[in-house]
Each structure stands twice: as C-alpha cells, then as structure tokens.
Design a protein around this ligand. Structure first.
Ligand code: FAD
Ligand code: SF4
Length: 493
C-alpha cells in the first residue's frame, strides 16, 4: 500500500469514504465490475534491485475488487488454495470495510499472508478455481492482490504482532533445521503449542529462499523481518551460522535435551547440465548468483564479496528462479539479458506476471533454444555459448511438449556471464549422516504424508527437502502439518 493511501485512515475520514463507496456500489451487478489492475512502477523506474515493482492496491481498489466476490455457496477457490484459506470470509471482511478483520481471518490459516499475496502462483491455484474463471469465463477475483492488501494494511497500521497470545510454556525443547517458510511456519505453531523452539540456520540471515533467493524487487526484506520479529515475540530462538551435520549433529542436540526435530532444510543444491565448458569462469548457478547479490552485497564494489557484473548475460531456464536471475542481471547493468529456454513460451513454469514484467523490462526471450557447450575466451572465462534450436515434440509425462533438438541448427551467442537455473535438489548433508533416515532416489526425505514424520520417529520434515523445488505456500503448509504431527508425537511420549 503506497504512502498516499494512508490519508484514508486519518481519523474523521475513516468511515465516510468506505460507507460512501459501499453505498455507491450497492446497486452494481458484481459480475460487471472490472478486475482491479495492480499499480506497478514504470519499467524505466525499475532499475534498482531494491524497488518493489508491484505497489499494492489502494483501499478503494480493494473494496471494489472485494465486491466482485460472489460468496459462492460452494467456494471452489478454497479447494485451489493448498492450505484452504477461508477466501470468501476474508474478502467479505474487506468488502464490509473491516480490513483488520480480513487480516486476522487470513492468519487463522496462513502465517505469512503478505508473502503469499506477493509470490503465490495464484493463477494456477486459488484464482484458477474461482467461479469467474471456471464458469463465467471472466477474469478471476484478484485473491492474491486482496490477500497482500489486508496483510500490508495490518502491518502498516502498526497492529501486526502487538497482540502476543498467552502461551503455556511446557519447557519441552524442539529443534528446527532451516529458517525458510517451512521452518518458520512450523516454529510459529510449535511455539503456540507451548514448546521451547530453536531454529538452527546455516546462513548468517534468517528466511531461507525468502531472503537469499527471491529478490527485494519482488519480496522486500522488511516483510520477512516482521514475521521473524513476531516469532521472536512468541519465544522462538534463532541460532545463525549453525550447520546441522557440520557445526553439530542431531545426536548432539538430542544430548542437549531436544525431544523432537523438524527438518526444513530446503533444496539448495543446484543442478547443472554437465555440458562441455560448464566450469569456465563467469558461469554461475542461480543459487550462487542470487545469494551473492541478495545476502552478500556483491553488487556493491566496496564489499569483499564482489560479483562480476555481466554485460551480456544468458540465463538458462524458464522458472521463477530464472526470471529473478535475469531481472537482477538487468538491474545490475547488463546491456543484454537473455533467457534461453528449451521449451516454448507457453510452457514456462515461471509465474505469468514475472514473465510479463521481464518482457516490459527488456529481457530477451529465446525459447525453444538450448545450450550445448561453452567456449573459452582463451583465459578460462566464458566468451560464447553454443546454442541449439529445438522444436516442440509430443507431450511428456508432465503434459508439456518435449523439446526435440533440430539437427544442424547450432549458432554461437556472445556472452560474458551465464546463470544456470535448471532446478535444484536437496543437500544430502544431513541424510548422509543418518542412515536410518529414508530418502528417495532424488535425495528427498520420505515422510508419512499425514503427520510429516520421517522414518526416524523424533524427526519430521517438510518443504523442499520433501518435495524437491516447490512453492512457498506448500512449504508452509507442510511446516504447519508437521507441527501438529510433532505435538501429537510428544503428547504420546
Ligand atoms: P528454503 O526456503 O530453501 O529454506 C531452507 C533453509 O534451510 C535455508 O535457509 C538453508 O540455509 C537452511 N539449511 C539448509 N541446510 C541446513 C543445515 N544443514 N543446517 C541448518 N540450516 C540449513 N515459490 C513461490 O511460491 N513463488 C515464487 O515466486 C517463488 N520464487 C522463487 C524464486 C527463487 C529464486 C527460488 C530459489 C525459489 C522460489 N520459489 C518460489 C520456491 C520457494 O521459495 C521454495 O519452494 C520455498 O522457499 C521452500 O521453503 P523451505 O522452507 O522448504 O526451504
Ligand atoms: Fe491463493 Fe496462495 Fe493465498 Fe492460498 S495462500 S489464497 S493459493 S494466494
């Protein structure tokens, strides 16, 4: 929510505008109202990695958008949300002008609504299941925009976190490994159950991918900070620079009295293509690239952890991570920032909005193209990528059309930096040291999907360590399910 919107909440003006607006909308057919457009920074003003692109709905826009919700008897949108948020409930609160109630309705099921409102792939989740999309062939209610609005309103009006629920402290210690959305969500619930929760984080900052992966221009750090402060108020302790499997092992923590564990260590191990020249200087994984920029101030030449600022940058891949990397490279000064993606534009897994924003910012998309090798500049640094054109073949098991190489179509593309963003897998550091912990062939942990318990009874797990690379909302849902599983397990002990 922009500064200008704060005027609306000055005493005296508070109620009039909401009442007047509601009155003026009373006779309006809900389905005739156009979906709200998200106000965005103009592409020419988006040249800093620190400016958030989406600016948030104004209170008037939110109220009008909320009026579109039909309050269906069978709200299919809820089925589309992986954590089953009471979507019509919070939207009706906005429609009646009670924005704080909307935020508390959201928080009954979602501990990070300001984050999810920004980064959830709504177009394939809640909004895809909205009655407007399914039956009316119209644009869905902007559920994500409204979720962000309510959460931002609560935070910006200083209400968030002021009310700390009274907690019965059992003194029982529970350890959480990793401070990403899965770990944070598990910690919040476990603290409310009364456990003494400690989060062990390998890095020097808290938040997992929310901090080191998703850039500030999409998810400002201040949003994550507020959530961390709220957890601290609930009594959660954070220990940074602590790598489970190196600094200490789970057995050491058991000896210190920890009675149960949640592993939410994510999937931070980058995949590479294993093609010739991939170890040349100037070729990064997106994880390394984004972590250096977001966590290590690498874009600032005065820091000890500099990054080479690419002028001609190719990013390999078509997911959110690829979009974040290419848009970061552009903001850091790349004259040409190119996406090389082996399938077609329609099959890109990145959120539609991110692709649209990237196009507006001048990112070049070369779809149905795939790197086959890299060429050295004679001094060990990448100078060219040899690209092979592809054609769309038959659908594969994911339903997307296979990329089939076109013989003889190779060409050379001049580059001085390449960022490989073709997926991640879990780091096997913890599982390698615990032979009893069952893992799949792709190194994800095997769990009981009801309780999130692993093959080791006092260890539960969720998020990307279980799913491979997935989404924030799924990681949070897992964290909350695991907290309930841990509570049940400890009560039975
Ligand atoms: P993570 O967020 O990865 O957190 C795991 C934490 O555990 C890390 O902080 C790590 O340092 C720590 N850790 C690892 N090993 C150890 C250890 N041995 N000891 C102690 N700590 C350890 N999802 C969306 O829904 N929308 C998006 O727009 C989106 N964009 C993305 C953009 C990028 C660049 C990336 C990388 C991912 C994106 N995702 C997005 C995916 C989403 O962020 C992840 O699915 C989610 O963060 C997984 O949460 P997690 O808690 O399981 O793991
Ligand atoms: Fe939609 Fe995500 Fe919010 Fe659920 S959490 S309602 S999927 S935006």
């Amino acid at each position: 929510m922009g500064e200008s919107n704060k005027d609306f909440f000055q005493e005296g003006r508070k109620e009039d505008w909401r009442v007047n607006l509601r009155e003026s909308l009373k006779s309006k057919d809900r389905t005739s109202i156009e979906r709200a457009e998200m106000p965005v920074l103009a592409p020419e003003d988006r040249n800093s990695i620190n400016c958030e692109v989406n600016m948030g709905l104004s209170p008037e826009q939110a109220l009008i958008e909320a009026k579109r919700c039909l309050d269906c008897l069978n709200p299919t949108c809820i089925e589309g949300c992986p954590i089953g948020i009471n979507i019509p409930g919070f939207i009706k609160n906005i429609e009646s002008g009670d924005f704080l109630k909307a935020a508390s309705t959201l928080k009954e099921t979602n501990v990070l609504p300001a984050v999810c409102g920004r980064v959830c792939p709504q177009e394939i989740q809640c909004e895809a299941s909205c009655f407007y999309t399914k039956k009316l062939n119209k644009k869905p209610v902007a559920i994500g925009y409204l979720e962000r609005f309510a959460a931002d309103y609560e935070r910006e009006n200083g209400i968030n976190g002021k009310i700390v629920p009274e907690i019965r402290n059992t003194g029982i210690k529970v350890g959480i490994i990793g401070s990403g959305p899965a770990g944070l969500a598990a910690a919040g619930d476990l603290a409310k159950y009364g456990y003494k929760v400690t989060i062990f984080e390998a890095l020097h900052q808290i938040g997992g991918v929310l901090r080191y992966g998703i850039p500030e221009f999409r998810l400002p750090n201040r949003i994550v900070d507020v959530e961390i402060e709220n957890l601290k108020k609930l009594g959660v302790t954070f220990i940074k620079n602590f790598v489970i499997g190196k600094t200490a092992e789970i057995d050491d923590l058991r000896n210190e009295g920890y009675k149960a564990f949640f592993i939410g260590s994510g999937a931070g191990l980058p995949r590479f293509m294993n093609i010739p020249g991939e170890n040349l200087i100037g070729i990064y994984s997106s994880n390394e690239y984004l972590t250096r920029v977001n966590l290590m101030n690498a874009a600032d030449p005065d820091y000890d952890t500099p990054i080479h600022i690419g002028r001609r940058v190719a990013v390999i891949g078509g997911g959110n991570t690829a979009m974040d990397s290419v848009r970061t490279a552009k903001r850091l000064g790349a004259e040409k920032a190119i996406i090389l993606y082996r399938r077609s534009m329609e099959e890109m897994p990145a959120r539609k909005e991110e692709v649209e924003h990237a196009i507006e910012e001048g990112i070049e998309f070369r779809c149905l193209e795939n790197p086959v090798r890299y060429i050295d500049n004679g001094k060990g640094r990448v100078a060219q990528v040899i690209v092979q054109k592809m054609r769309a073949g038959e659908p594969d098991e994911s339903g997307r059309r296979k990329a089939v190489p076109v013989e003889g179509s190779e060409y050379a593309l001049d580059v001085d930096q390449v960022i490989v963003s073709i997926g991640v897998s879990p780091n096997p550091l913890i599982s390698r040291q615990m032979p009893d912990l069952n893992v799949t062939r792709s190194s994800t942990l095997v769990i009981n999907s009801e309780t999130m318990q692993t093959s080791v009874p006092d260890i539960f797990a969720g998020g990307d360590i279980v799913r491979g690379g997935a989404t924030v909302i799924l990681a949070m849902g897992d964290g909350r399910k695991a907290a309930a599983g841990i509570h049940q397990y400890l009560q039975n002990q």
